[in-house]
Design a protein around this ligand. Structure first.
Ligand SMILES: [Fe+2]
Ligand SMILES: [Fe+2]
Length: 289
């Protein structure tokens, strides 16, 4: 069941840049969406909209990142030619999915409002001064997106969305591996202490939970209220549903391993650290939005 087929007008992909991803939005059959299954959870769809806003805003901070790593040809080239096009494809794909399921949802209008609030947050001042620490912080972001998309995938039954989320989360894992490799490259020279790396991880984690998700969700919800279909839920009820989804489905073991990896802990410290991470993760999910 479907409302519309993807006609390629959502934004052309650069096949060269997306080669590493191994999938293209244009090759996905959105006409195969099972609409009754897709409409099962309004909170999931609002979360997908919020994610599409953030992914589509990648260009706002990609230029800051490229500037931060100016002179490092390997990193700059990967960011501009692979990472950014892949993140933007995530945004296009999530947008295409949601607007197939909710054709009445004015994504452009909602996105324009979102960007007005989001743009001022994407400043060079948000980046870690030391390049290696910024790479560690980027590992946090990719840990968050991997966990989020895996959690949604575990929660939903609609097959096209599950395929799409698998593609996206595989990209996020690959991004993580790149950032982690670059982190180690910079650590060879910068030799930031474990405390300094931990500080970078905590700062970026706090920023993500404080800003990105909630802003995206607020503007997604606001548009849903403006639209013709309206919603019977309050924003707080949507937030509660999202929290419940994350609590139930986030792959905590994977997330803790990814988050902690830049600390390069000794094996005896790994297990206690994972327990602390798990508690912190629950606390941050409780504070979401
Ligand atoms: Fe992404
Ligand atoms: Fe990513």
């Amino acid at each position: 069941m479907h409302r519309k087929a993807l006609d390629g007008t959502q934004g052309a992909s650069d096949s060269r840049s997306l080669e590493a991803a191994g999938w293209r939005l244009e090759d996905m059959d959105l006409t195969a969406i099972d609409l009754p299954l897709a409409l099962e959870s309004e909170a999931v769809l609002l979360l997908l909209v919020a994610s599409s806003f953030i992914e589509s805003g990648t260009h706002l901070y990609a230029s800051n990142l490229v500037a931060h790593f100016e002179g490092d040809q390997e990193v700059s080239a990967w960011l501009a030619q692979h990472w950014e096009p892949e993140e933007l494809q995530h945004g296009r794909a999530l947008r295409a999915y949601v607007t197939c399921v909710w054709p009445e949802f004015d994504w452009d209008r909602a996105h324009a409002s979102f960007i007005q609030s989001y743009r001022p947050l994407c400043t060079m001042g948000k980046l870690e001064t030391r390049r290696g620490l910024e790479m560690a912080a980027r590992c946090v972001v990719e840990t968050g997106t991997t966990s989020l998309y895996r959690a949604i995938s575990a929660h939903v039954r609609e097959p096209v969305l599950r395929t799409l989320l698998r593609h996206i989360s595989e990209d996020e894992i690959r991004h993580y591996k790149h950032f982690f490799r670059y982190f180690r490259k910079y650590q060879e020279h910068e030799r930031s202490s474990r405390v300094a790396v931990f500080g970078a991880l905590i700062r970026r984690s706090a920023e993500i939970s404080r800003e990105d998700t909630d802003i995206g969700l607020r503007f997604a919800y606001a548009e849903r209220c403006l639209g013709s279909s309206n919603t019977e839920r309050t924003l707080d009820e949507v937030r509660s549903a999202v929290r419940a989804l994350l609590r139930h489905s986030v792959p905590v073991s994977l997330a803790s391993a990814m988050w902690l990896r830049p600390l390069q802990l000794a094996p005896y410290a790994e297990q206690p650290a994972r327990r602390v991470f798990t508690l912190a993760a629950w606390a941050s999910m409780a504070c979401l939005a």
